[in-house]
Design a protein around this ligand. Structure first.
Ligand code: SF4
Length: 183
């Protein structure tokens, strides 16, 4: 059988919710509502690594974008991403179509169009009233680096967010995003 030549790139936790900051897994394992239609439509799926788990472990605290916005974490992100950019260059070279990179809209690392922000987060955690998060427009840290690297290497990618919660971002539910990809 010939290759289908259709590819979608997705954030790590859409296949493995165990990587999420606890208790922010929205599924027991995988995001079926996104994955099953992708499989049914014959997409090859590339799962990105989780920059937070690989950089900060599974006992990490919830964070905002400003806390990951530092040179060390950006370097960590680039190191993780390089083999994926290399692979995408190869796919592009042989004419495979990369339909989208699907990110996580409330993540300080993996949002592609939205990210959580508060410049005042940080410091001791005991007896502190944590100031509220704003969800602001724009890509988060890991995706910012991905966008820069793809541009540097001439890989053309379409970045968009998809949400695994029904109450947040109703416009980013998988059926709507899939319709956009297949349009
Ligand atoms: S860093 Fe990205 S892949 Fe990891 S849990 Fe957060 S959103 Fe998911």
């Amino acid at each position: 059988m010939n290759r289908g030549k259709k590819i979608v790139v997705i954030s790590h936790c859409y296949l493995n919710q165990n990587a999420r900051v606890r208790p922010y897994a929205n599924k027991k394992g995988s995001f079926r509502e996104l994955l099953e239609p992708l499989i049914e439509n014959d997409f090859g799926i590339i799962q990105l690594p989780c920059p937070e788990t690989t950089g900060c472990g599974l006992n990490r605290w919830e964070a905002v974008t400003e806390q990951y916005d530092n040179p060390g974490f950006r370097r960590h992100s680039r190191n993780l991403l390089q083999p994926y950019v290399d692979q995408l260059m190869e796919h592009q070279k042989v004419g495979d179509k990369i339909y989208a990179v699907l990110g996580v809209p409330f993540s300080p690392c993996c949002g592609t169009q939205h990210n959580p922000s508060n410049p005042d987060w940080g410091g001791p955690v005991l007896d502190v009233k944590v100031p509220p998060i704003d969800i602001v427009e724009g890509p988060a840290v890991f995706m910012q680096e991905f966008m820069k690297m793809a541009e540097e290497d001439g890989v053309k990618l379409d970045f968009m967010d998809v949400s695994d919660t029904e109450d947040m971002f109703p416009e980013l539910q998988p059926d709507k995003i899939l319709a956009k990809i297949l349009d």
